[in-house]
Design a protein around this ligand. Structure first.
Ligand SMILES: Nc1ncnc2c1ncn2[C@@H]1O[C@H](COP(=O)(O)OP(=O)(O)OP(=O)(O)O)[C@@H](O)[C@H]1O
Ligand SMILES: [Mg+2]
Length: 334
């Protein structure tokens, strides 16, 4: 593989769910890429399709969900064309995910040690003694105190932060190349959040992982990602280097999101900006820009035609018929 070629390229990913007689258009034509050694953030409000994108990449969409279009290239091969048996071998070995809810992802009747030994045995064929040694090492690496004792513990005995560390140890156990962390810190208090993110950073750096960090916290993106993908109603509406997007957000939705973030430098009297309305659950074939009903800049064209992602600056992509002029965006963000 060419060193500069992305490790993962998602192209036109489209995933839908059948719910009774309705279709939920969860992800519509999402495209982005991630290279080894970089962390890409995916942001967007609840329901914008972040987790469904992650699960689609991992080959974990289950009925009534269906991937109806697109490609997911990993090392140049389309994962969407691989049979489940091949995906099972890749998952946990080369593709790892820290899921959104760590408690339901751990089996309550298995100890921490059982979980770790199993992935080490299944993917790397390790025998009991070697797997035990490696499991203790991993727990130590993710900062769990007294790892030998923790090995014998059941998930419910651990705190939220400890469970999350176990999930990270499991994800890292077989030395993956791609790590997807889906809201890895939402349930945790702020100091533990910072520690967990720090740990993910460190591990990604050490192993030159391609990392996707899913969050709705833009502060986390600013601190931990080099590029960001903004999703709205299942679509990628803006993407680019974090510095560029934070300095010059061109999509009215991104601008709104960023203006919702409290900043210490702003005068106290200024009230926080919120985007009026709420994001839709899309159950009609998408027509026009999904953000148009909430957008202050929408024109009739926005209701009729769906904008596609286009380059507006170096590596800066935006899907909008009336992007905010760069100079105005800069002015607003100053
Ligand atoms: N199993 C499912 N059955 C039906 N609809 C689903 C299912 N899973 C997700 N969806 C729908 O797909 C859309 C995208 O959901 P997704 O979980 O990806 O959102 P998200 O961006 O991860 O949100 P959050 O920030 O709340 O985690 C939503 O409208 C959701 O209701
Ligand atoms: Mg989610």
């Amino acid at each position: 593989m060419n060193a500069r070629e992305p490790l993962l390229t998602v192209h036109g990913l489209t995933t839908r769910f059948r719910v009774r007689d309705l279709t939920v258009y969860a992800v519509e034509g999402a495209s982005f890429s991630v290279s080894a050694g970089e962390t890409v953030g995916i942001v967007g409000e609840s329901g914008s399709g972040k987790s469904v994108t992650a699960l689609s990449i991992m080959g974990m969409i289950r009925w009534p969900g269906q991937i109806v279009g697109g490609q997911v290239f990993f090392h140049g091969e389309d994962l969407l064309r691989k049979p489940e048996s091949a995906m099972r071998r890749l998952r946990g070995r080369f593709l790892a995910m820290i899921p959104q809810n760590p408690l339901t992802s751990l089996n309550p009747v298995l100890t921490v040690g059982d979980h770790l030994r199993e992935v080490l045995w299944v993917h790397l064929g390790m025998g009991a003694a070697e797997a035990n040694r490696r499991a203790v090492e991993l727990l130590h690496r993710v900062g769990l105190p007294d790892p030998e004792q923790r090995m014998r513990e059941y998930p419910h005995r651990l705190s939220g932060g400890q469970r999350q560390r176990v999930m990270i140890a499991l994800a890292m156990a077989c030395g993956p190349e791609l790590l997807i962390a889906d809201e890895p810190t939402t349930a945790l208090d702020v100091t533990i959040q910072a520690q967990i993110l720090e740990l993910i950073d460190e591990l990604s750096r050490e192993a030159r992982l391609a990392t996707i960090l899913i969050t709705h916290n833009l502060g986390i993106v600013a601190g931990h990602c080099s590029r960001v993908v903004v999703m709205y109603a299942g679509r990628v509406v803006e993407a680019g280097p974090v510095d560029e997007i934070f300095a010059r957000p061109r999509h009215p939705y991104t601008l709104g999101l960023l203006r919702c973030v409290p900043r210490l430098t702003r005068e106290r009297t200024r009230s926080f900006y919120t985007i009026p309305g709420s994001p839709p659950i899309v159950t009609e074939p998408p027509r026009g820009c999904p953000f148009a009903p909430r957008c202050a800049f929408a024109t009739p064209r926005c209701q009729e035609m769906t904008p596609v992602l286009e380059e507006t600056g170096p590596e800066h992509l935006v899907a909008c018929w009336n992007p905010v002029p760069a100079a105005s965006a800069e002015e607003i963000m100053r």
